[in-house]
Design a protein around this ligand. Structure first.
Ligand SMILES: NC(=O)c1ccc[n+]([C@@H]2O[C@H](COP(=O)([O-])OP(=O)(O)OC[C@H]3O[C@@H](n4cnc5c(N)ncnc54)[C@H](OP(=O)(O)O)[C@@H]3O)[C@@H](O)[C@H]2O)c1
Length: 368
């Protein structure tokens, strides 16, 4: 007989399917169970609506009466664009709700559970770390106003980002590149630096065999507003969102380029602060509703983020090659930027063809 843990794990797995597609809302999974069997499931829709509970209740119809609901996050209690999920569960005649994590959004924060209990529905709270991990981007934005940051970097064994020819684009093999695309598929936005755009002219999309990610926002940190109109990013800005983060001064100095970029479909996030420090960038992205970011940049921006302790999870791909003195070092750059020793907490090491991806938690507070 399946247990509560089994159904909650299923709800969490369902929630994971919506990652990168539901911002600024969390991605939630809901499983409705009757007589020990699943009668319906739901996942938060793209853009954050409909909520998972609504999807599952609609699928179950009258069969929801007398069911138990397993949810990866506390049902909402506030009237937003849709009525509260707690109210929908009450109306549908659900008799018991098992919640894997409390919603930290101050508009919910326990009031979804209170609403259910006031209607005579028993509620069990499990506080599962994997449920908090699922929505760590949403939780971080609620707590700090900034998105969760995963950073990926690919180097040779001796820590080089590429050789002297600048041929760093594909230092790792096909399996590692596909893994990188998978990481893109789970975030709301990819962030890179203008140095990478000028050197590699990347597309920063999710490519087959993975399903396309049309909501993925591609962002360039570009203090001087050098983003070329001829770049792949700008040329595709009308079909896949492109944002440039820049400064008031750069827009004043390059007014006509700024206007051309806007006309080409690029959204400019114009900030007062000229250094574009990581927390300034992340606060601006949080303000735009971004909850999960993948930083895919060269040594400059990557090490600035690491030095500012602005990275939550690090994916370090290593290719089995020594590039030696002709290489472009990531580590040396880091050594000059990082003021003090910083611990990384190993989480996993995945073989990818001839390469490896080492995964580290950088910010234990947000390990959840
Ligand atoms: N192996 C890998 O994983 C990997 C990944 C990506 C790129 N790369 C390689 O890296 C090379 C490019 O390196 P890069 O270091 O020039 O690229 P980058 O880190 O992507 O871009 C650096 C530029 O970003 C801008 N920037 C904006 N805000 C910043 C901030 N807060 N801190 C630092 N920089 C900021 C700066 O230009 P402004 O001052 O003009 O704004 C800076 O020169 C390319 O050869 C590329 O192939 C390798």
């Amino acid at each position: 007989m399946p247990t509560d843990e089994h159904f909650l794990a299923h709800a969490i797995r369902l929630g994971a399917r919506g990652l990168g597609r539901t911002a600024p809302n969390p991605s939630v999974g809901c499983v409705l169970v009757k007589d020990g069997a699943i009668i319906a499931t739901g996942v938060t829709g793209d853009g954050g609506r409909p909520h998972a509970e609504t999807v599952a209740l609609n699928a179950a119809g009258n069969a929801a009466r007398g069911a138990i609901a397993y949810v990866s996050l506390e049902p909402c209690a506030h009237h937003g664009k849709t009525p509260p999920c707690a109210e929908a569960l009450i109306k549908a005649g659900v008799v018991h709700v098992v919640v894997a994590a409390i919603d930290p959004d101050p508009r919910v924060a326990g009031s979804g559970i209170a609403m259910l209990e006031a209607a005579g529905i028993s509620v069990e709270q499990k506080h599962l770390p994997e449920a908090a991990r699922l929505n760590r981007g949403f939780f971080k934005r609620v707590a700090d106003g900034m998105p969760y940051v995963a950073m990926k970097i690919a180097t040779s064994l001796d820590g080089m980002l590429g050789d002297h020819t600048g041929a760093s684009k594909w230092i790792t093999g096909e399996a590692a590149r596909q893994h990188g695309h998978f990481l893109r598929s789970e975030v709301d936005a990819v962030l890179t630096g203008i140095g990478t755009v000028l050197a590699d002219d990347p597309q920063l999309t999710v490519r087959p065999p993975l399903a396309p990610h049309p909501n993925l926002v591609r962002i360039v940190a570009d203090r001087q507003l050098r983003l070329p109109l001829t770049s792949h990013l700008v040329k595709s800005a009308n079909t896949h969102a492109v944002w440039a983060i820049t400064t008031t001064q750069a827009v004043e100095l390059n007014a006509s380029h700024a206007s051309d970029l806007r006309e080409a479909g690029v959204k400019l996030l114009v900030l007062e602060e000229e250094t574009l420090a990581p927390t300034t960038i992340l606060t601006a992205l949080g303000g735009e509703g971004i909850t999960r970011v993948l930083l895919e940049a060269g040594a400059h921006l990557s090490t600035t983020f690491l030095a500012a302790h602005a990275v939550d999870r690090l994916y370090w791909y290593r290719a089995p090659i020594l590039l030696g003195s002709g290489g472009k070092p990531a580590i040396q750059e880091l050594a000059t930027t990082l003021a003090r020793a910083t611990h990384a907490y190993p989480a996993a090491r995945i073989p990818l063809g001839n390469d490896h991806c080492e995964i580290y938690e950088m910010n234990p507070c947000s390990q959840a």
